[in-house]
Design a protein around this ligand. Sequence first.
Ligand SMILES: CC(C)(COP(=O)(O)OP(=O)(O)OC[C@H]1O[C@@H](n2cnc3c(N)ncnc32)[C@H](O)[C@@H]1OP(=O)(O)O)[C@@H](O)C(=O)NCCC(=O)NCCS
Length: 157
Amino acid sequence: MKITIRKATSDDAEHILALLSPYVKKGILLPRSKEEIEKTSDSFTVAIAQKKIIGVVSQYKYNTKLFEIRSLAVNSRHHHKGIGKQLVEHAVNDILQQHRDAKIFCLTYNPSFFKKAGFMAVAKETLPDKIWKDCQYCQHRDNCTETAMVYSLRSRG
Ligand SMILES: CC(C)(COP(=O)(O)OP(=O)(O)OC[C@H]1O[C@@H](n2cnc3c(N)ncnc32)[C@H](O)[C@@H]1OP(=O)(O)O)[C@@H](O)C(=O)NCCC(=O)NCCS
């Protein structure tokens, strides 16, 4: 199966929303609105197979030195085919091409996957306070078990 990875456009918003939806319901991903995705579509990267969006990731810019990888999802029928890893690599490379020294982090319930994608676990306290602004929308805000991770080539395992 041929997979194409490309930047999203605002026309992809509906499909991206549908892809995120089951994981939002499970509380694994934070909710995003269609309007938010449309407005920020250039920060989303999608994986396409047979003209369908089967994977997505987004990169959120706090400033030129700090980016977050978030809203990562692959359609469950296509898990374990390397699509999630390709999406994360694409987003990381895109950020580093423009901002060579940027710190790229993620907050995840799946540290094993992100370790394989080149991230290493760090203490949450090492990330700036402003990144916790989204936590108010999370159903796990009072008993958060997410792992904070930072991209580091050395940690790729
Ligand atoms: C996490 C997710 C994006 C992985 O996508 P995927 O396309 O199946 O992952 P890949 O096939 O690219 O896997 C890359 C590597 O990670 C491993 N991996 C994949 N899913 C994993 C998991 N749930 N736990 C541990 N390792 C995992 C794979 O075995 C593979 O290892 P390898 O390189 O040694 O072969 C996908 O399971 C998903 O959409 N999950 C629900 C949403 C989610 O959890 N998002 C991330 C939360 S922040």
